[in-house]
Design a protein around this ligand. Sequence first.
Ligand code: ADP
Length: 307
Amino acid sequence: MTTLLQLEGVEKQYGALRALKGVNLTLEPGRIGLLGPNGAGKSTLLKSVLGLVRPEHGSLSVLGMDALRQPLEVRAHIGYMPEGDAILPDLTAVEFATLAAELAGLPRAEAVARAHQVLHYVGLGEARYRPLHSYSTGMKQRARLAQALVGDPKLLLLDEPTSGLDPRGREEMLAIIRDIPERTGASVILSTHILHDVETTCERVVVLSGGEIVFSGDLDALTRPEAGLYEVRTHGRDADLAKALRAAGQTVEDVPGALRVRLAEAEAPTNLLKLALDAGIQVRHLAPLERSLEEAFLETVAKAEAQ
Ligand code: ADP
């Protein structure tokens, strides 16, 4: 299988601002979330992949092709849904998608056929002869997704594809995105600051912060419970248990409604129960701490910033 993306030492500056600080990244095909706060450098990274932004240093290959030397060849395999609402409002969805297909290099007849096909796929089949200015925000976003899909890309770059959508529109858009690799064979890189979008659509995640990669790997690895970290709740006696645990040399953190206990290496959680029992405290919940993606993300960014 050809590596989807390989970046080595990629640097991009805008004046004095270092938007990408020597990014190294290897990605295999699949559904990948590019997650980071606003200003992290996500769009700059996507634009570098597309050859729309030229890094000052480093190398960048896409599907085995050199993105800096062969930007047109690379772009022919990529579908791009940019941030914001770039559409041509007076065109119908069919005209808009056909134009995109022709720009992607398809002959006219094939472009028209393909436009109809992708508009059905994104759920705009019935509305496809209406001008885009009459569309709701969710429909416009889907038309823009169709535009990115129409050239039958091997890689789809989606920059904040759910921005401006209401919860229902967002879930509909995410369901389509999640389905794309299986239906079309394309890989997806979804850039967003919204954790939920990544959690529901991606199998892998790259976290970018301040122009640097702070995590790259399976979503599970980011959210996996940390060894030895447990969440404990009692019937109204959290403070007493915290005291007893601290007296026994355990590290305890108070969080609203629970205690977080970090057990020493190789120590069984049953010891924690025994200690509570000895102190006459009834434990009603004891489980390895599952960090939400949000917590994991914030922790990862905070750790990177502290270094
Ligand atoms: P993200 O997509 O994660 O929000 P961007 O890649 O858009 O981040 O931006 C990274 C940083 O580079 C930000 O500080 C942004 O203000 C700056 N930046 C982006 N594009 C330009 C530009 N064309 N000129 C100057 N600064 C830019």
